[in-house]
Design a protein around this ligand. Structure first.
Ligand code: FAD
Length: 307
């Protein structure tokens, strides 16, 4: 089912998991192990990225397999990087013809080593163009797009980034999923500004449990993501203990999600990095705690919106 419709009909928050295409047979075995382990937590959908070292066909084949073998709604990430309009149209036709209903429409990152994104000849420069193609030609597909609580690193400032986000929604994006972030205040502020800018589609927070200090340093530096000073200090204090970093990562993400859910977010999208234990621990605790039921904390109107 389309995610925009699932969100509109939900009686409880929806949870989703993101995976990436593995490069080896062992990686593939681990991916399907993680999908099977997380399936028990009843995700609304899972999504599969398109990475620099995999093809768009790899992504589409994986979502088809996850959907048929595991019976889970699965969304493909389609990126403009390296693709002509004709190739993008072929990918969309293939998805539509298999009955899959959700697509993450992305520009994609510049290739490793390149400073800037360059559109392919007869390709797209911005995700909004891909969103418009989906919205105009593939009525059965729900276009989902990316957004950035800490502002996209290439944007001159946050207002310009919001202006372009509004254009992406006007082009037809029906749901937004955020990049990972570690400051809920930054998320709440972002949602307030999005609503003020006239963006009324559901905004789903994307959460990545920290499992490695060096990896999170890399991701946050690349994506311009702020690590709150107290979290940074706690990570530094555990620099010599990978286990302690993982424990902190699970605890921090659980508290972060609990506050977001109490505020009324439509759901949480987990960046799993193809591993199940951290996401399983966090989501299991949240399902026991049910922070979305807390009568002492009425949902924030801008966060829950009317979606
Ligand atoms: P856009 O919406 O095109 O925005 C990119 C930049 O261009 C922003 O700074 C924006 O402000 C600016 N901009 C937008 N429109 C215009 C315009 N008309 N004129 C001038 N500037 C404009 N990457 C992958 O390679 N594969 C994936 O599978 C993938 N999945 C992701 C999933 C999620 C949920 C998220 C949050 C990100 C994902 N990414 C993925 C990363 C994403 O591709 C990069 O962050 C990329 O740099 C931007 O993609 P976008 O779709 O947000 O681009």
């Amino acid at each position: 089912m389309r995610i925009d419709e699932l969100i509109a009909r939900r009686t409880e928050p929806l949870f989703s998991f993101e995976f990436f295409p593995p490069q080896t047979q062992e990686g593939e075995r681990k991916l399907f192990e993680a999908v099977a382990a997380l399936r028990e937590l009843e995700p609304a959908f899972v999504s599969v990225t398109k990475t620099g070292s995999s093809t768009q066909t790899d992504t589409i084949d994986l979502v088809k397999r996850i959907n048929t073998e595991q019976g889970i709604e699965a969304a493909a990430h389609i990126t403009c990087a390296g693709a002509t309009r004709a190739a993008l149209a072929r990918s969309l036709e293939e998805l539509a013809s298999t009955g899959l209903e959700n697509v993450l429409a992305l520009r994609g990152d510049p290739p490793a080593g390149a400073d800037a994104f360059t559109a392919t000849d007869d390709g797209f420069s911005h995700a909004a163009e891909l969103v418009a193609l989906i919205a105009s030609g593939y009525a059965g597909l729900c276009p989902i797009a990316a957004c950035y609580p800490d502002t996209h690193p290439e944007a001159a400032d946050r207002d310009i980034d919001m202006f372009h986000l509004r254009a992406k929604v006007d082009a037809g994006a029906r749901v937004l999923i955020t990049n990972l972030f570690f400051s809920n205040e930054a998320f709440f502020d972002f949602v307030t500004r999005a609503r003020e800018a006239g963006i009324d589609v559901p905004i789903v927070p994307g959460i990545m449990p920290i499992t490695s200090a060096s990896q999170i340093e890399r991701f946050t530096a690349m994506g311009g993501i702020t690590i709150p000073p107290r979290l940074r200090a706690a990570l530094e204090a555990r620099a010599d203990s990978p286990d302690a970093v993982q424990d902190l990562g699970v605890a921090y993400a659980t508290l972060q999600c609990a506050e977001l859910l109490a505020a009324g977010v439509p759901g949480i999208h987990f960046y799993t990095l193809n591993r199940s234990p951290a996401t399983r621990a966090i989501l299991s605790a949240l399902k026991l705690l049910r922070p979305w039921d807390d009568p002492a904390r009425p949902p924030r109107e801008t966060v829950a919106g009317n979606q």
